[in-house]
Design a protein around this ligand. Structure first.
Ligand SMILES: Nc1ncnc2c1ncn2[C@@H]1O[C@H](COP(=O)(O)OP(=O)(O)O)[C@@H](O)[C@H]1O
Ligand SMILES: [Mg+2]
Length: 343
């Protein structure tokens, strides 16, 4: 028997949404941003088009990242965003409704999960399944998680870092902290103000993070010119900033991530810790691309650490691939998620 409707996997991230269609791979990758008209409540744009409006909107339009803080008030927006993206991919479902599996940020509440499931159903899905992000990340990174063998995944996204130990396809121990890519940007803004009396915007901070950001000393120091507003004169100022300065800027968020990894290892049963020390730690998510993260984690834990080859699309691919195991599951909208949250 074959299915006429394509199964769809969605990585609903705090920074971006990726849609995976079975047999096609990742077909959509857009920022998790919506632009709405405040007066009418109308949704104007989603994704990349809405992103371009961030920080540049006139009074009546607001561009928001509904998943950034995972707050319930924005779940209505999340629902609408999800529908728009699904519509883009499918052109609207017709006769054959697909099954949709969605990977949601850890730490979202049951009410929020419900909203996500409803959005999928309203967008025309036949069934909606939810998957835990670390499990999807592990599958996407190519780990064989079905065995009774411990693996550790550290996913550094935009809004949250999720650390989990997985064995027998389930999460044994995990934590989610609200320290990830966004906080690295904020650290840069704070550093620039503190050290150089210069105010830089979030886009500049993001650019600095990607171009010169590092969390472990680089063999060769790099630097870029950065434009901001001098807080003393109020005028534009250009500064040359080095990668070594980024080490100092990132100290706080980096320590919090390392502490969280340490905490998870401490709570993990010894047999699994032994497995992890054999298997190593796998890092996924856009935040793990900051230069030297693998080296830093390895040096602080003594456990071999690698960044997954396709760190950004890993979760989407894992979500998509998990559709195969969904096939063997009983019918009904099943909630696969079970999470623990810190702070
Ligand atoms: N090359 C890079 N270097 C450093 N950070 C990056 C890079 N590419 C993306 N990021 C950061 O990764 C974060 C988004 O990661 P992602 O895994 O897509 O998040 P989420 O799953 O929460 O949507 C953002 O904070 C972004 O700035
Ligand atoms: Mg993610």
């Amino acid at each position: 028997m074959f299915s006429l409707a394509k199964d769809i996997g969605i990585d609903l991230g705090t920074a971006s949404v990726l849609v995976y269609v079975k047999g096609k791979g990742v077909v959509l990758n857009e920022p998790s941003v919506v632009a709405i008209d405040k007066n009418t409540g109308r949704l104007l744009k989603v994704g990349a088009e809405a992103q371009a409006m961030l920080g540049r909107t006139p009074g009546n339009i607001v561009a928001i990242r509904p998943l950034r803080e995972g707050v319930i008030s924005d779940y209505d927006m999340t629902e609408r965003m999800l529908k728009e993206f699904l519509h883009k991919v499918t052109g609207g479902f017709s006769l054959f409704k697909p099954r949709v599996i969605i990977c949601v940020p850890s730490g979202i509440t049951e009410v929020e999960e419900r909203a996500v499931v409803d959005a999928g159903i309203q967008a025309g899905a036949r069934r909606v399944y939810l998957i835990e992000e670390p499990v999807a990340a592990a599958i996407g990174a190519g780990l064989d998680i079905a065995k009774p063998d411990g693996n550790m995944v550290v996913d550094i996204g935009g809004g949250t870092t999720d650390i989990a130990v997985i064995s027998l396809s389930g999460v044994v121990e995990s934590v989610s902290i609200k320290v990830a890519g966004d906080q690295f940007n904020e650290s840069i803004v704070k550093y620039m103000r503190r050290k150089h009396n210069v105010l830089v915007g979030e886009r500049t901070a993001e650019l600095m993070k990607i171009q010169i950001g590092c969390v472990f000393p680089k063999e060769q120091e790099t630097c870029i010119d950065v434009k901001g507003r001098c807080l003393l004169t109020g005028l534009p100022k250009t500064l040359s900033i080095t990668s070594t300065e980024m080490l100092e800027a990132f100290e706080e968020p980096v320590e919090r991530i390392l502490e969280a990894i340490h905490g998870v290892l401490e709570r993990t049963p010894p047999e699994l810790v032994a497995d992890i020390s054999n298997n190593g730690i796998v890092m996924t998510g856009g935040g793990s691309l900051i230069d030297g993260f693998d080296k830093l984690v390895e040096s602080r834990t003594g456990i071999q650490t690698i960044v997954a080859a396709d760190a950004i699309s890993c979760v989407a691919e894992g979500t998509g691939k998990s559709l195969d195991s969904v096939a063997s599951m009983t019918d009904g909208t099943v909630n696969l998620s079970r999470r623990k949250q810190m702070n």
